[in-house]
Each structure stands twice: as C-alpha cells, then as structure tokens.
Design a binder for this molecule. Structure first.
Ligand code: ZZB
Length: 263
C-alpha cells in the first residue's frame, strides 16, 4: 500500500505532551511533526483536525532530515527506517515515548488546509495501531469516519475529554464535487446511511467504499491549484507537490511479509 505521509508540524504542545518533551534533552530545538498516512493527498485542503488513538503508544523518532522528529507508531518507525526515512538505514532512533492521550489538545500545522492557525489533535476510537502511522489526518468533507468522529466530539466534548474550542468552527470544507453527493460527500453519505456515531462500523465501511469510488472516478477538485480538474488527475499532482515542498513523503506499507512467509 503506497501512502503519502503528511507532516503536521507541532505548533503548540498539550500540557501533557509538553511535560514529555521538556524531560527529553534530545528533543530540544527539534522540529517535531505528527506524521499521518493518507491515500487521499488531494483532500488535504479540507483537513480540520488530526486524530490519534488515546490508548495507543507512539514514539518520537529521529527523522531523515537532521533536526526533524516524527511522531508515529513504533511499527511505522521501523518501516520508515527500512525506507531510508531515518538517519541511519534500517535503524530506528527513538527519542521519547508518548501516548495518544498525551498528544490530544496539541495544535499542529496541516499542510494545504484552510485553517492557517493550525488544527487540533483529537481522539478517535477507530484508529488502528496496525495501519499507516497510527496518526490520521481528518478530512470530514470526504472521509465518513472523520465526519462521524468529529461530529461525536462536537456533540459530547466533555465525554471525550476535548475542549469545545478544539472543535468549534472546524466545519467540513468543500474540496471535491461529485455528481452523486455534491461537495459534501461524507456528510451526505452519513445521512443517507443513517450513521449515528463513529461506532456504526458496518455502515461506515460501506460509506467509505462509496466515497472512495465516487470521489476517484467522478470527483472534480473544487479548491486549490488544480480546481476544475478531475480527482484522478489532481491526486498525483497534489502528492508530488507535497513531496517537493517537504511537507510530505512517500511511505509504503509492507504487505504482511512475515505472515505470508510463514505460510
Ligand atoms: C485522509 C483521508 C481523506 C482519508 C479522505 C480517507 C478519505 P483504508 O482505506 O482503510 O486503507 N487511516 C490511516 N491510518 C489509519 C489508522 N491507523 N487507523 C484508522 N484509519 C487510518 O485506509 C486509508 C485511510 O484511512 C487513510 O486515508 C486515512 O484517512 C485513514 F477523504 O487520509 B485518509 C473515503 C475515504 N476518504
């Protein structure tokens, strides 16, 4: 699976993460990025927040560029090391450990997003430790999972342990128009499939599938440098641009090597 890794630079740490960082001399003066793996680089204009799993363990790892640190799962860091994305090939350099819970409330820069002051790191229940980097960048206009999770947080911020101001004003942004769903693919699909919360896994799977298909085959960009172009054309262009600007990099998820070898 070939992802685009998106670098969300930390602008301001949550209190809990600040504590972790201040206790680690190796992090002093470093630029730290939460790194999210996406299959939809063309939707980055619509980022409204970043999701982590509160019970997941993350690490802060030395990045490919000197002075850069990536916050990702241990598993992703190891994969990155094998892809020349760490200082020394195939070697992981872990500078600190941090939980998803500690990261919540941090403010990060989301490349291409219309929220220029940054977006917040928020909790999502369905973040898988075994996929991508364990960090998810959220595009509620085009990702039903993101829309459902963000809506849950807006409805019950105290239940989820988020401050209202971390979600207030962060509404889905039109990025792509499709004949079937207009410019709000995910919200329309969540309505149509009667998705009530991020716990409605089966309907969310169906909605995701439909959103991928309609977006890729019939979607047209409505914002950004490639506005008016079909999504299928814009996708590799936005990807290349993010990589060229240093805001992203190619990240491949290995197929289940160990399992297929053992049989
Ligand atoms: C931004 C984005 C915008 C995404 C969109 C999707 C969509 P898939 O399709 O199941 O293989 N993701 C990445 N890592 C994780 C994780 N550890 N746990 C849960 N979700 C994760 O998964 C690829 C997508 O799942 C990624 O692409 C990411 O969300 C999320 F408009 O990034 B995406 C219709 C989907 N639209």
């Amino acid at each position: 699976q070939e992802y685009t890794a998106i670098k969300l630079e930390v602008l301001e740490w949550s209190d809990a993460a600040k504590q972790v960082v201040s206790e680690n001399a190796a992090l002093a003066g470093k630029r730290v990025f939460l790194v999210a793996a996406t299959l939809r680089p063309e939707t980055m204009y619509g980022q409204t927040n970043c999701f982590v799993g509160v019970s997941l363990e993350y690490g802060m790892f030395a990045g490919a560029a000197e002075n850069e640190v990536y916050v990702v799962s241990e598993r992703a860091a190891r994969n990155m090391a094998f892809q020349d994305l760490s200082p020394s090939n195939s070697e992981v350099k872990k500078l600190a450990a941090v939980t998803g819970q500690q990261l919540v409330g941090s403010r990060v820069n989301a490349p291409l997003s219309s929220f220029k002051d940054g977006v917040f790191v928020l909790p999502m229940e369905n973040v898988l430790a075994t996929k991508g980097t364990g960090v998810v960048t959220s595009v509620p206009s085009d990702s039903p999972d993101d829309y459902a999770a963000l809506r849950d947080l807006k409805k019950k911020p105290e239940y989820y342990g988020v401050r209202p101001e971390w979600v207030a004003g962060y509404e889905p942004v039109p990025v792509i128009t499709t004949p079937a769903y207009g410019e709000m693919t995910a919200p329309v699909l969540c309505d149509q499939l009667k998705i009530n919360s991020q716990k409605d896994r089966k309907q969310l799977e169906d909605a995701k599938e439909a959103a991928y298909k309609e977006g890729f085959y019939n979607g047209v960009m409505s914002v950004g440098e490639f506005a008016g172009q079909p999504v299928a054309e814009a996708k590799p262009l936005v990807r290349s641009q993010l990589i060229a600007s240093g805001e992203g990099f190619a990240y491949a998820e290995p197929e289940r090597l160990v399992m297929s070898r053992s049989g």
